[in-house]
Design a protein around this ligand. Structure first.
Ligand SMILES: [Ca+2]
Length: 320
């Protein structure tokens, strides 16, 4: 079944207006007439009424069918089907709450659904089915459920980008990617997340640092970074505790070569460092630099100095 088909079904549902509410959670609006789907059937039960049937649509149930003649009720895990066949007497209904909760808003939700494979998934951070974001989910590191906001595997994608490109994101999930500042804000605006940063060196060694608190404000707030500890790991706490207040990054606005929001009155850090970041004046940590070791200024001072050949980087977040 095509994804377009899935979307048209769901959009059709979202377009339903003024359905009669049985209870807070259910609508009597008939969505399929004399149609049946056995896709992701949870179970078939006896039910005297539509209300009783609706009440059987609990966890994992996204839509349900009631046959008033047979007094039967079917509950289904998913509505992702277009392969419907005729079956007399059945009417199908959506379960409001579950339609929305069935859409994972981040990789943590996908992990909690039981997905254990690291890879690329669609998430719905905006809560609407029409605006999915394709992301890389790490399901193994530190318990899994991490949404990658930045990843680099080689130098094939330039991170020397302007404000708009960092806003909407660029690259390909699972390869080289910046997920986009709007998405990062959306993912962190309601719940504080943890941040996991890693740098893999040419010899295969991976160093990491994990921060307990990470969130980013909206565009009007210049995607200001809020970062708190405690920090643990092998890279060192260079984003926060540098020993120089003009290098610490918490509270910094995001800057790109075309938007100097940094704390240096004489330098344009993003232009000098060739990429976007939460520059202070300027920084001791910088994951978005030019791939060439000669041009990439201190990815993570003092652990990974400039001139170090980097094999890969990752920035991932997970709701606390
Ligand atoms: Ca400046």
């Amino acid at each position: 079944m095509s994804s377009q088909c899935v979307i048209s079904l769901i959009v059709g549902f979202l377009a339903l207006s003024k359905a009669t509410i049985i209870s807070q959670k259910y609508t009597t609006k008939v969505v399929f007439n004399d149609k049946k789907s056995n896709d992701e059937l949870v179970g078939e039960y006896n039910a005297h009424s539509l209300t009783e049937c609706a009440a059987m649509c609990q966890r994992e149930c996204v839509f349900f069918g009631f046959n008033s003649q047979m007094k039967k009720c079917r509950t289904h895990k998913k509505l992702f089907t277009c392969e419907l066949s005729d079956e007399a007497g059945w009417r199908y209904y959506f379960h409001y709450d579950c339609v929305f909760s069935a859409m994972p808003k981040d990789c943590k939700d996908i992990c909690e659904e039981g997905q254990t494979s690291t890879g690329v998934y669609d998430i719905y951070p905006y809560g609407t089915i029409t605006s999915p974001v394709r992301v890389y989910c790490d399901m193994t590191t530190m318990g899994g459920g991490w949404t990658a906001i930045q990843k680099r595997v080689d130098g094939s994608v330039s991170f020397d980008r302007n404000w708009m490109e960092y806003k909407i994101g660029f690259g390909s999930p699972g390869q080289n990617v910046w997920v986009g500042n709007d998405v990062i804000h959306q993912l962190t605006k309601e719940c504080i997340s943890s941040l996991y940063v890693s740098i893999t060196l040419q010899n295969g060694t991976t160093l990491y640092e994990m921060y307990d608190g990470f969130s980013v404000s909206n565009e009007a707030g210049k995607y200001q970074l809020f970062l708190t500890g405690p920090a643990t790991g092998t890279l060192g706490n260079s984003m926060l505790d540098t020993g120089y207040s003009w290098r610490d990054l918490s509270g910094m606005a995001f800057s790109t070569p075309d938007r100097d929001n940094d704390r240096s009155s004489f330098a344009n850090c993003a232009a000098n460092y060739i990429g976007g970041w939460w520059f202070n004046a300027c920084t001791y940590t910088y994951l978005n630099g030019p791939w060439s070791p000669g041009s990439w200024v201190d990815p993570w001072y003092p652990t990974v100095r400039n001139g170090t050949s980097v094999k890969g980087t990752t920035m991932m977040i997970r709701r606390n």
